[in-house]
Design a protein around this ligand. Structure first.
Ligand code: FE2
Length: 249
């Protein structure tokens, strides 16, 4: 499959359609050809139906499942915190049967255009967090040894935007920044979280990969986090999930 010119990368939307709309509008304005969605469409937030509708049945959007998506359809994660699990019980009651079917049929991971790998957590262990030097090195080794020819593994789950190469790791991405990549190197790239950023920056976080110039741009955009928080509270979901949106934790 030939590469598209530009890919939009989104992850960890967490039922925050207020933020997702801002991200999708920006990606459309930038003329991306394909959108890669790295999972956790639902959980924490109050707009799961709208978020699933925004990606399902869209031929140019490829989506994989995150641990919150799996929990909604009964694949329970024993490590899930009680309050987060409570929101997912509410979510199961607030999405349509066709939305639930969509969550059931999305894959855990995939390769795209013979060049990219998509995982939610980690290449090595499904729900591990790629944050520590040890996890970074395990995943880079796995990529090089087990996925020859693949250039970039896009991952999510940590809600922290990161550009990981074999020579450097960049994780201070609290404003929009672009990077030229080396076509001969391999990378692990986390676009950050659209709907619940945790790098102490409340701006929605996502990325654009330009396959013609081999560049990645980490994009940070303001959205109405007060509205997203109000929807959480109005729907009786834990208030702490509303409060954290204001500070990005
Ligand atoms: Fe997440």
């Amino acid at each position: 499959m030939p590469l598209a010119a530009r890919y939009g990368i989104v992850s960890d939307i967490h039922a925050n359609y207020t933020a997702l709309k801002v991200a999708l509008d920006h990606l459309q304005a930038q003329g991306v050809d394909k959108i890669l969605c790295l999972g956790d469409l639902v959980g924490y937030g109050a707009e799961p139906f709208e978020c699933i509708q925004a990606v399902k049945d869209k031929p140019n959007v490829l989506t994989i499942a995150g641990n919150h998506d799996r929990q909604v359809i009964g694949d329970k994660d024993a490590r899930m915190r009680k309050t987060a699990a409570k929101v997912l019980d509410w979510t199961a009651d607030n999405i349509s049967p066709s939305n639930a079917r969509f969550l059931r049929q999305i894959p855990q991971g995939m390769t795209v255009d013979d060049t990219f790998i998509l995982v939610h957590g980690s290449l090595v262990e499904r729900d591990a967090y790629i944050l520590s030097a040890q996890e970074i090195s395990k995943n880079l080794n796995c990529m090089i040894n087990d996925f020859p020819g693949m250039k970039i593994c896009f991952f999510g789950h940590t809600h922290i935007p990161m550009l990981i190469g074999t020579k450097a790791v960049i994780n201070d991405l609290r404003e929009t920044k672009g990077f030229k990549l080396d076509r001969n190197d391999v990378y692990l790239i986390n676009p950050g979280s659209v709907g619940q950023p945790r790098d102490k920056c409340p701006l929605a976080s996502f990325a654009i990969f330009d396959a013609e110039n081999w560049t990645v741009t980490f994009v940070r955009k303001p959205y109405d986090f007060r509205l997203a928080g109000k929807l959480i509270i109005d729907n009786g979901l834990p208030e702490k999930f509303a409060r954290r949106l204001a500070v990005g934790v």
